[in-house]
Design a binder for this molecule. Structure first.
Ligand SMILES: [Zn+2]
Length: 175
């Protein structure tokens, strides 16, 4: 990664979205099926008003082992992470510290009803975090996120947002 200086350095933008979870299913649906649905999001597609859009995305599924690879986790601006991984691994340390830029969208997947007061635990992380309790939440978060960084829908605002985010990631990975 070269040091990003201008929007031309970061566009066209290929977003990577990661799912950090040990199970191969998410709210009862296989992750590969879910990812197929997410890939059809109009903002990362190449049809209609999005024809020629400079935004595209790839999706990855990793288990908790990946959390230890700081340089692999930080350069993703949309991270879905299973509740149990957040609180059992260094992920919580990343969130409480400055390791992951505050502008990175974190969505915690609450897949079990066994946790005691999970929303309060998420709130205690003292940064902006979304939660999902069904696949519909995952779809909505993905849609909302891509719309925010879509240059066809948001123009320079989206382009500058990605530039700002990449600058922050660069600082963290290279310092
Ligand atoms: Zn769009």
């Amino acid at each position: 990664m070269n040091k990003p200086e201008s929007v031309n350095d970061v566009w066209p933008h290929k977003e990577t979205v990661i799912f950090l979870m040990d199970s191969k299913s998410c709210f009862g649906e296989s992750i590969s099926d879910l990812i197929q649905v997410l890939e059809s999001c109009e903002h990362i597609g190449d049809q209609g008003i999005h024809k020629g859009n400079e935004l595209s995305a790839t999706f990855h599924h990793f288990n908790r082992e990946k959390v230890g690879e700081f340089g692999e986790v930080v350069p993703n601006s949309l991270i879905f992470v299973d509740f149990s991984i957040v609180f059992d691994t260094d992920f919580e340390v990343y969130l409480r510290g400055n390791s992951i830029p505050r502008s990175t969208e974190i969505v915690i997947l609450i897949q079990s009803s066994d946790y005691s007061n999970p929303r309060q635990q998420v709130k205690n992380l003292t940064r902006s975090i979304e939660t999902a309790t069904c696949t519909d939440d995952v779809l909505k978060e993905t849609e909302r996120y891509f719309k925010r960084i879509c240059p066809e829908c948001q123009g320079d605002l989206a382009k500058n947002w990605v530039l700002g985010w990449e600058k922050k990631v660069y600082q963290r990975v290279h310092n």
